[in-house]
Ligand binder design. Structure first.
Ligand SMILES: *Cc1c(COP(=O)(O)O)cnc(C)c1O
Length: 414
């Protein structure tokens, strides 16, 4: 019989837009003993986690709990629960994850209409407002931070237009939650989906979500069909049933309510991890955490620019937690990445679709977002680029980053 060795994953410096490094306190939490899912000790933890998530999402919403599965499980749960077949869903697309919203919305039976922006930029509030007024969708679904292009879509003002025209606003904040302000209530967002393995620095496997009474009203309406309170024999009514059991928010919220109606078995160790991860975020302080992400972004960008590299995308809408750089001419992007990994233990990300082979993406998220990592990646990238024959001002990158740190800069200049 083949002898399998003990698991021994290498210690990496992970500078990608997820998954990122995890605080040892979160890893420790995952090794704690299992509790039964209705054990009061465990249900207390569930309640505390909901309470902490409300702070994270900056909301007074009653519903704020995790979906078990990676971030797209949160997206799918929200969309399948709010989209009734035939609903019109407007998706403004400015990168890859906008297409994911389209893909999921179509599978939910939506009539999807899109507006598109060339990758590397975002929409103005006016462009989105105009599309909402023209299309009159039941739902507007959009991405807050596009990890594929490193751009952030400002959301202020869009919620008010959605309310005025009776549309629900669903936001994918998977990449931004815990790293960049996400003000659920102030921006009048109806449903927000977060991720764990990005700025929260918890392993992949859960997706915290929140939604308000406007969303809940739609969920309860559809639930009444299941309960037979409406005529389930009419095809029109039956069609409105949520097409998923696992992702049915109507059932999930009963499980997360004091009624604790059994649905799935909660992912015990993941809940420990999420609780500890969010606790650490709140302990650091949301504003302090956002400032930390800006501080390291500024140092990283200063270093990259001092090296003579060019950023990709419109700098005015740069996502602080993902930095996209153009791969210099005649350099094999994948060769640089594999050398970084093999010799320095550093992982940076490649890119998707039209950007494949064009840019690298460096994440500065959560626990990975620190001075040691930023200086390490700059030094290593410089060495590997020189090895690949790139003519660059050696030594300048790390010096520029050190200067940025010395001045405690939170804004970058390039
Ligand atoms: C990473 C990411 C997702 C998907 O997350 P998974 O955990 O891989 O399912 C969705 N949206 C955005 C904006 C992301 O960055």
């Amino acid at each position: 019989m083949k002898a399998y060795k003990d698991l021994a994953p290498s210690l990496r410096t992970i500078m990608t837009p997820g998954p990122v490094e995890v605080d040892p306190r979160v890893l420790r939490a995952m090794s704690y003993p299992i509790l039964g899912q209705f054990d009061p000790e465990f249900t207390d933890m569930m309640n505390e986690t909901m309470e902490m998530l409300r702070e994270l999402f900056q909301t007074g919403n009653r519903w704020c709990y995790p979906i078990d599965g990676t971030s797209r499980s949160g997206i799918e749960a929200v969309l399948v629960s709010v989209i009734e077949p035939g609903d019109k869903v407007l998706v403004p697309i400015y990168g890859r994850f906008g297409n994911l919203l389209v893909e999921i919305a179509e599978r939910c039976g939506a009539e999807v209409v899109i507006i598109e922006r060339e990758w590397g930029g975002v929409f103005s509030q006016g462009e989105i407002a105009e599309a909402i007024r023209r299309e009159r969708p039941q739902i507007v679904a959009m991405v807050h931070g596009e990890t594929s292009t490193g751009c952030i879509q400002p959301l202020e003002g869009i919620g008010a237009i959605c309310r005025e025209l009776d549309a629900l606003l669903v936001i994918d904040a998977v990449a931004t939650i815990g790293g960049v302000p996400v003000e659920t209530d102030a921006w009048q967002l109806d449903a927000v989906i977060g991720g764990t393995q990005k700025c929260l620095s918890v392993p992949a496997g859960m997706s915290p979500i929140t939604y308000n009474e406007r969303v809940e009203a739609k969920i309860l309406q559809r639930k009444s069909i299941e309960r037979g309170l409406q005529d389930k024999n009419t095809p029109a009514s039956a069609k409105r049933k949520v097409r998923s059991n696992y992702f049915d928010l109507g059932q999930l919220q009963d499980y997360w309510s004091p009624a604790r109606l059994n649905h799935h078995t909660e992912a015990t160790s993941m809940l420990y991890a999420l609780r500890e991860g969010v606790r650490l975020v709140l302990e650091e302080g949301l504003q302090q955490r956002f400032a930390r992400h800006k501080l390291h972004e500024a140092a990283l960008v200063s270093g990259l620019c001092a090296m003579g590299l060019t950023l990709y995308g419109d700098a005015t809408c740069k996502l602080p937690v993902v930095t996209c750089i153009r791969i210099p001419d005649h350099v094999m992007g994948e060769s640089v990445r594999s050398m970084l990994l093999q010799y320095f233990g550093i992982e940076i990300a490649s890119s998707f679709g039209p950007l494949k082979g064009q840019i690298w993406r460096i994440g500065t998220m959560g626990f990975s977002c620190n001075q040691k990592n930023v200086l390490h990646v700059l030094g290593a990238l410089e060495a590997v680029l020189i090895w690949h024959g790139v003519d660059l001002p050696a030594g300048k990158a790390v010096q520029a980053a050190l200067a940025s740190y010395a001045e405690k800069k939170e804004e970058f200049t390039c």
